[in-house]
Ligand binder design. Structure first.
Ligand SMILES: OC[C@H]1O[C@](O)(CO)[C@@H](O)[C@@H]1O
Length: 514
C-alpha cells in the first residue's frame, strides 16, 4: 500500500555512498508503483460517468440515468457498478498477505515482476472487455497487481534508497498516487469526448506505468537486505557496493547483517505484535487507516464525476471538475511535504479535521436544502459544492492522506515494524473496499445525510487525534517507546507491567527481610 516505506525518519546513521543511478531507479520504481495505484483509483469513477461505458456494461444504470423523473441520489445505486470499483481492493487485500510471503521467500524483485504481470493482464482484460464478467475479472487482476506492488515497492525503496532521502520517498509515494489520480482524471476528461470507445482508452492507459514497472524491474538489482536475508551474503555485499557507488560499504553491510540476525530471531513477529506493549502503535496504525478512509475521501476520489453529475453537472463538466479536485489533491500533498516536520503531525491532522468537518457539513446542507429528489441544483449552489469539495480534498491531502502512512511507519519498534505495517496496509484496503462498495447505496438511502455521516466520523477522529495521538515529529524512530509512548498520559499504562511486577515482588520480599 501506499507509502509503505518503512522510513527511519529519526537519526539515521550516514553510510558511505553517492547518489547513484540506483537512486534514480528508486524514484522511477516509486513513481510506477504510485502511478499504477493512483491511476486505478481515478479511472473507475471517470469511466462510470461515461455513457458509452454504462450502455455497454451497465445498461440499466444508463437507462435509469436518462429518466428525468429518476431519483437523483439513486441514479447510480447498482451493486454490480460498485463491484466494478471495489473488486480491485478485495483482491489487493488478499494479495498483500501473499505478497509479504513472496517478498521474504523469493525477494522484492520477483514480487514486483509478478505485480506488473498481473497488472498487464488486468489492463488487457478491462480494456478489451466484452462483458461485465470479463471486466470484473480484469479488475480482480489489477487488484492482485496493486496488492503485490504495494507490498514490494515500498519495501524495495526503504531498503535501497540512501538513508537521507528515505523519509522524502515515504511521502513521495503518496504524491505519486495523487499524480496517478490526476492523470486518470485528465485522461478521462479527454477520452470522454471520444465515442464510442473513449472509456477503453482510459482503461488501457493504465498499462503504461505497469509496463514501466515491468521493464524497470528487469533493470534493477535485488536489494542487499533481501539477498542477505536469504543467505546470499556475498552477492548482497557486491550489490551493495554497486548501488552505493563506493568500495567501502562495510558499516552498512554490517548493519544489514545485524538487522537480519535480529529479524531472524523474531520468528513470530505477529505473535509479538499481539503482546500488550505492541498495542499502542498497532491501535494507532489501524485506527489511522480506518479514519483516513472514513473522512469520505474515496467517496470523492472514486465517485467525484458521478457525484458532480448527481448535483446536476453534465458529463463533461463533471469530468472537468474532477480534474480540478485531482489537481488540488496533488498540490496540497506538497504542502504536507513542506510542513510535516515543521508544524508537526498533530497540528496538521487537527486543522484538517476542522476544515473537513465544515466542508462536509456545507455540502450536506446545500444538498439537503436545494437538491430535490429530481431536477438539478441551482448553478450557484453547484459551484459552491465543487469549491467545498476542493477545500475538503486540500485538507485531507496535507494531513490524513500522507500521515495515515507516515505515522504507522515511524511508531513501531524494529522487530514488529514490517508485520505491524502490513496491518496498516490491509486495514486500508479493507476500508477502501467497504467505502467503494457501499457509497453509492448509502448516497441513495441516506441522501445528503451521507455527508453528515462522514462529518460525524471527522469529529471522532479529531477527538482521537486531540487526546490519543502523540506527537512524533523529530523523535528518532528507535526512541519512540521511551520518549513517546511511556510519556503519554494514556498509552504509558501499556508499558508499566514489568515495573509493576518488580515493585510487587519487592513488596512481597520486604516483610521477610525485616
Ligand atoms: O489521495 C487520495 C488517495 O489516497 C489514499 O487515501 C491512499 O493514501 C487513497 O485511498 C485515496 O484515494
Amino acid at each position: 500500500m501506499p507509502a509503505v516505506v518503512i522510513a527511519n525518519t529519526g537519526d539515521v546513521p550516514e553510510f558511505e555512498g553517492r547518489i547513484t543511478f540506483n537512486v534514480i531507479v528508486c524514484v522511477v520504481i516509486a513513481a510506477c508503483g504510485g502511478l499504477m495505484f493512483g491511476y486505478d483509483i481515478g479511472v473507475s469513477g471517470g469511466v462510470t460517468a461515461m455513457d458509452d461505458f454504462l450502455k455497454k456494461f451497465f445498461y440499466e444504470v444508463w437507462e435509469r440515468k436518462q429518466l428525468a423523473h429518476e431519483n437523483n441520489y439513486c441514479k447510480y445505486d447498482n451493486k454490480k457498478l460498485q463491484l466494478f470499483t471495489s473488486s480491485l481492493y478485495i483482491a489487493a487485500l488478499i494479495a498483500s498477505f501473499i505478497a509479504s510471503k513472496t517478498c521474504s521467500k523469493y525477494g522484492r524483485k520477483p514480487t514486483m515482476q509478478l505485480a506488473s504481470i498481473f497488472f498487464i493482464i488486468g489492463v488487457a482484460l478491462t480494456t478489451f472487455a466484452v462483458n461485465i464478467e470479463m471486466l470484473i475479472i480484469g479488475r480482480l487482476h489489477l487488484g492482485l497487481g496493486v496488492g503485490f506492488a504495494n507490498q514490494a515497492v515500498p519495501l524495495f525503496l526503504s531498503e535501497l534508497a540512501p538513508a537521507k532521502i528515505r523519509g522524502a520517498l515515504n511521502i513521495s509515494f503518496q504524491l505519486f498516487i495523487t499524480i496517478g489520480i490526476l492523470i486518470a482524471n485528465v485522461v478521462n476528461y479527454a477520452a470522454g469526448k471520444i465515442h464510442p470507445y473513449g472509456f477503453r482508452i482510459s482503461l488501457g492507459i493504465a498499462g503504461v506505468p505497469a509496463l514501466m514497472l515491468c521493464l524497470g524491474s528487469l533493470a534493477i538489482h535485488e536489494t542487499p537486505t533481501s539477498l542477505i536475508e536469504r543467505k546470499k551474503v556475498e552477492e548482497g555485499r557486491a550489490v551493495l557496493k554497486k548501488i552505493r557507488g563506493v568500495d567501502n560499504v562495510d558499516r552498512e553491510y554490517d548493519s544489514i547483517v545485524h538487522a537480519c540476525e535480529v529479524a531472524s530471531q523474531i520468528t513470530q513477529p505477529y505473535h509479538k505484535l499481539m503482546k500488550r506493549e505492541s498495542r499502542p502503535p498497532l491501535v494507532i496504525a489501524i485506527v489511522m487507516q480506518v479514519f483516513q478512509q472514513f473522512t469520505g475521501i474515496n467517496a470523492i476520489m472514486f465517485y467525484a464525476p458521478v457525484l458532480f453529475q448527481t448535483v446536476g453537472f453534465g458529463s463533461d463538466a463533471a469530468l472537468l471538475s474532477s480534474v480540478i479536485t485531482g489537481l488540488v489533491n496533488v498540490l496540497s500533498t506538497f504542502v504536507s511535504v513542506v510542513l510535516v516536520d515543521r508544524v508537526g503531525r498533530r497540528a496538521l491532522l487537527l486543522e484538517a479535521c476542522v476544515q473537513m468537518f465544515i466542508t462536509q457539513c456545507i455540502i450536506g446542507g446545500i444538498l439537503m436544502k436545494d437538491l430535490k429528489i429530481t431536477g438539478n441544483l441551482p448553478n450557484g449552489d453547484a459551484l459552491v459544492v465543487v469549491i467545498m469539495v476542493c477545500v475538503f480534498v486540500a485538507g485531507f491531502a496535507w494531513s490524513w492522506g500522507p500521515l495515515g502512512w507516515l505515522i504507522p511507519s515511524e511508531t513501531f519498534p524494529l522487530e514488529t515494524r514490517t508485520a505491524g505495517f502490513s496491518f496498516a496496509v490491509s486495514s486500508n484496503m479493507l476500508c477502501t473496499f467497504v467505502i467503494a462498495q457501499a457509497f453509492l447505496s448509502m448516497l441513495c438511502h441516506m441522501r445528503s445525510g451521507i455527508f453528515f455521516f462522514f462529518a460525524a466520523w471527522i469529529v471522532v477522529m479529531g477527538l482521537f487525534a486531540l487526546f490519543l495521538l502523540p506527537e512524533t515529529k523529530g523523535v528518532p524512530v528507535d526512541e519512540m517507546v521511551d520518549r513517546v509512548w511511556k510519556q503519554h498520559w494514556f498509552w504509558k499504562r501499556f508499558f508499566n507491567d514489568e515495573q509493576a511486577v518488580e515493585k510487587r515482588e519487592a513488596e512481597m520480599i520486604r516483610p521477610h527481610l525485616i
